[in-house]
Ligand binder design. Structure first.
Ligand code: ARG
Ligand code: ZN
Length: 893
């Protein structure tokens, strides 16, 4: 039941609600085919707002009855809205009763109330509640909820909703009921219910303040032993938020429920978080170290939302980053604090920056570019983006760094003092941080700092240094610019904190003394606010190597033309772990781009000997952590290389990166063998950073050794990889060995894949990995697309399950550029067919896939024309969802 083409909604049009909802009393008669929902609300006119009709949102509902104050009433429909024009005047509350039905079993969009493997779940953010009942479906309407669930006792023994269970018991006809009351006011996007056959791991905890809480993780009966890690992560999250921010759990009971059908990662419904199984279930035999880390961070993320999102929520959906950017910042800090050592913190920071640069920078340079606080949207679900989440987190991180750790804690305190229980804006947040830190650089430049929320695009910071040997001074000039983005031609200067240090030619740290100041430091944050500014350092005894943007202190592109020698010095010595890694990335990128631009066939010796030797030194380094070594030895991603170019030939980039990797495999063969032998784990499996790092490094080593074996013809290493694949005691080692075989094109890949499937055929999350590995395989002669098409016919494949669709289709279209961009355009045709097919099932997931061709206009021919045609074919389809239509229209725009 589509309402024709929805038009854009603008932030500037915000109006406070004319009606408020005080209480909601919901009664559900749960039935997969036809669920009946009785919604009794007490509503009231909003005193400050001129009188208006009540317009309630609805979507795909069957309306049976509307009553006002116990009697009949007139109403009309306006599109999908239910409009009541003749409600009593005055300030007295009005009792409204609405009776509707919906069809959860037919709900393939997975928004609103749906059924997954026989269990009922809900997903209401952003606008799913209107698919459950007619309501003021907007985050600034907060109400108290009472929920009664009624269902067949045998099929649905567990009945859950938000808050506290206050009553339960049997009913006639084999049915039973449960009644839940949530003591906290909330917007409807935080409503949830779950009903089905579930079991729970339970844990009682006592908060610092002495309050007792029950923690529960609900899963399907066979999965209970895979919940220990999630429960531990939840307990750590509770303790961390108390210790770091003084925020305690405000509920007697906190529940997590896992479902295998979920559009996103997880959802922070009040007291009843609903998770994709991928971010709950973990055992050493089925989950990798990365999975374990993801479970910890997503459990943390959703838990932290209880304060940043739920207690203080968003005024409107344009403010989404208020809760998401802040909560990502909090979960990143949580993971870093859990990781412990400075080195493990740096590894986490590098991983987060890698996501930002490979996913958010392209978004910010493409047709879907939008500010952290967008000005308009057609479909809000399209704006759950890396810009809102990851760039939003960087904007919070800059505030944190500008006011310091303690200052930020004070700012958070003030934010809660001012706004607890309210629905507020991004401005309110940054105002609180600044007000708690008068005199800080943030407070001084507050209005200008807010441009990070209003201007899209990634700023470029150009750095130029000048050393004066006679005066012993070093002058550093920083200039900023930002390219035009859709709807924003000209940009004003940002406030950009640039943390810097200076290195001597031998790599030692030089003391920093700004002209006109007495203090010397090892590192200093320069705050760039003008288009161009110069800082002069005195007492600089030798021409320094500048270490700029340490720790990635701002989400910008740094343009500094350091020599190879300078970068090698940093790679060997920079005391800032981020910049040490970054020096290696810059060198690799530089050689890669030279090879991309060079004429003729791709060379086999792209990397100069001194760079290879420097990487060997890192690999063999006596004190660096294995995880860090693994990051340094990993070449920049193809998508990151592509972003540096105006015209992108994906096949050329792929060939260049493959050649560089092959060169590293062969040139460092003995070193990889040493790394593999000396880092192979012993003892019981633990997913901690140190042992995960060792597994990551041995996994990379194994792949490199199998790649080297391709040219040497030696079969020993593929044989060893197969042996490890068979004997591994954990999924990380097993999957790394399987990946080494598959990606190196070893003959043993086929039997290994068969064996892997047979071993794990009843583990859906592992079967996802099996699909994904094949779809992301290195393309040697165009074999990947036919393999993907064949896999779509596999009995285990289904487009309806988002995890499965992502594992096969997205892994191919969005994460395997070398296989996707084919000269015969078959990859694009496949993409357009899948987008359309998915759109009929689940528009939200389809719209994500639609974004795979966001950067089409940068492609070289023949890719560019073919990609454009594929997008136009999708756009030409009548009856597209708003979700996909918005993405393809912007892409063509
Ligand atoms: N708020 C959820 C989170 O923790 C994500 C929900 C996304 N929902 C959606 N329909 N896009 O990040
Ligand atoms: Zn979130």
């Amino acid at each position: 039941m589509r309402e024709g083409q929805a038009s854009a909604i603008y932030r500037a049009d915000y109006q406070a609600p004319a009606w408020l909802i005080e209480t909601v009393d919901l009664t559900f008669d749960l039935d997969p085919a036809k669920t009946r929902v009785l919604n009794k609300m007490r509503i009231r006119r909003n005193p400050g707002v001129p009188a208006q009709a009540l317009r309630l949102d609805g979507d795909e509902l069957n309306l049976a009855r509307v009553m006002v104050n116990g009697g009949g009433t007139s109403f009309k429909m306006d599109g999908s809205q239910l409009v009541l024009e003749n409600l009593p005047e005055g300030s007295d509350p009005v009792e409204l009763e609405i009776f509707t039905t919906c069809a959860p079993a037919k709900n393939t969009k997975l928004m609103g109330l749906y059924v997954s493997e026989g269990t009922f779940f809900t997903q209401c953010e952003a606008e799913g509640f209107r698919r459950i009942t007619y309501f003021l479906d907007r985050p600034d309407v907060m109400a108290l909820y009472t929920v009664t669930l009624r269902a067949n006792r045998h099929d649905y023994p567990v009945l859950l909703s938000n808050g506290n269970l206050v009553d339960a018991g049997p009913l006639d006809d084999g049915r039973h009921f449960a009644k839940w009351v949530d003591p906290h006011k909330k917007p409807c996007y935080l409503f949830a219910l779950v009903a089905g056959q579930l079991v729970a791991r339970e844990q009682k905890i006592k908060s610092r303040a002495g309050r007792e809480h029950l923690l529960q993780v609900f899963v399907r009966p066979g999965d209970l032993e895979k919940t220990e890690h999630a429960m531990n992560a939840l307990m750590h999250s509770v303790a961390w938020d108390e210790a770091r921010f003084g925020l305690s759990l405000d509920l007697d009971r906190f529940m997590i429920v896992a479902t295998s059908d979920f559009n996103m990662g997880a959802m922070e419904n009040k007291g009843l978080n609903i998770f994709n199984t991928k971010y709950v279930l973990a055992s050493q035999s089925t989950a990798t170290d990365v999975d374990f880390a993801n479970v910890e961070s997503v459990v943390g993320h959703e838990y932290f939302h209880n304060w940043t999102g739920n207690r203080i929520t968003c005024r409107d959906w344009f403010q989404l980053s208020l809760k998401e950017g802040l909560t990502v910042f909090r979960d990143q800090e949580f993971s870093m604090d859990m990781a412990g050592t400075p080195s493990a913190r740096a590894v986490k920071r590098i991983e987060d920056v890698r996501v930002l640069r490979t996913a958010q920078f392209p978004e910010d340079a493409g047709p879907m570019a939008h500010p952290v606080r967008p000005d308009s949207y057609i479909e809000i679900n399209n704006f759950y983006t890396v810009t809102i989440y990851e760039k939003g987190s960087e904007v919070v991180r800059m505030q944190h760094n500008l006011v310091g750790r303690d200052g930020f804690a004070q700012g958070m305190k003030l934010y809660f003092q001012r706004h607890d229980g309210q629905a507020v804006t991004c401005d309110d947040f940054v105002q609180a941080i600044a007000d708690a830190n008068p005199g800080s650089a943030l407070a001084q430049h507050l209005e200008q700092f807010k441009r990070w929320y209003s201007q899209s695009g990634t700023p470029v910071v150009q750095a130029r240094g000048q050393y004066d040997a006679a005066a012993q001074t070093y002058a550093l000039t920083l200039s900023q610019s930002c390219a035009a983005t859709p709807g924003q031609a000209d940009k004003l200067p940002f406030v950009i904190p640039v943390e810097i240090g200076l290195l001597g030619q031998d790599g030692s740290a030089l003391p920093l003394q700004l002209q006109g100041t007495d203090a010397t430091t090892a590192s200093q944050t320069l705050v760039l606010t003008e288009a161009t500014q110069t800082w002069v350092f005195t007492g600089v005894a030798q021409a320094p190597v500048p270490s700029l943007l340490r720790g990635f202190s701002a989400p910008v592109v740094l343009d500094y033309d350091g020599s190879d020698a300078e970068l090698l010095t940093q790679l060997a010595h920079d005391s800032d772990a981020f910049n040490r890694w970054e020096a290696g990335q810059r060198l690799a990128l530089r050689y890669a781009l030279q090879a991309v631009h060079a004429d003729g066939a791709v060379a086999t010796d792209i990397l100069p000997g001194d760079f290879v030797a420097a990487l060997r030194d890192v690999l063999r380094h006596p004190t660096l952590d294995a995880a860090y070594k693994d990051l340094v030895l990993t070449l920049p991603a193809e998508s990151y290389m592509a972003e540096q170019l105006d015209v992108v030939d994906p096949q050329r980039i792929h060939a260049v990166r493959e050649s560089m990797r092959q060169q590293l495999a062969e040139a460092l063969q003995a070193d990889w063998a040493w790394a593999f032998d000396t880092h192979s784990a012993t003892g019981a499996y633990q997913p901690d950073p140190i042992s995960s790092g060792r597994r990551a490094l041995t996994g990379s080593a194994l792949l490199m050794l199998c790649l080297a074996a391709r040219t040497s013809g030696d079969t020993a290493w593929p044989g060893k990889a197969y042996q490890r694949f068979k004997d591994a005691g954990n999924m990380t080692d097993r999957f790394n060995a399987l990946s080494a075989l598959v990606h190196s094109g070893a003959e043993l890949a086929k039997p290994a894949l068969e064996r892997f499937h047979a071993l794990f055929k009843s583990e859906p999350l592992v079967i996802d990995k099996w699909f994904s590995l094949q779809a992301s395989n290195c393309d040697r002669g165009g074999q990947v697309l036919p393999a993907v098409k064949q896999l779509m016919k596999h009995a285990d494949f289904s487009l309806k399950n988002p995890n499965r669709a992502r594992s096969l289709i997205f892994s191919y279209c969005s994460a395997n550029p070398g296989a996707f961009h084919r000269t015969d355009a078959a990859g694009y045709v496949f993409w357009s067919e899948r987008v359309l097919e998915l759109d009929a099932i689940n528009p939200q997931v389809a719209a994500r896939l639609a974004r795979a061709l966001d950067r089409w206009s940068k492609l070289a021919e023949p890719y560019r024309t073919a990609a454009r045609e594929a997008i136009a074919r999708v756009a030409a389809k009548p009856d597209l969802s708003n979700d996909v239509r918005e993405v393809v229209t912007r892409a063509l725009g």
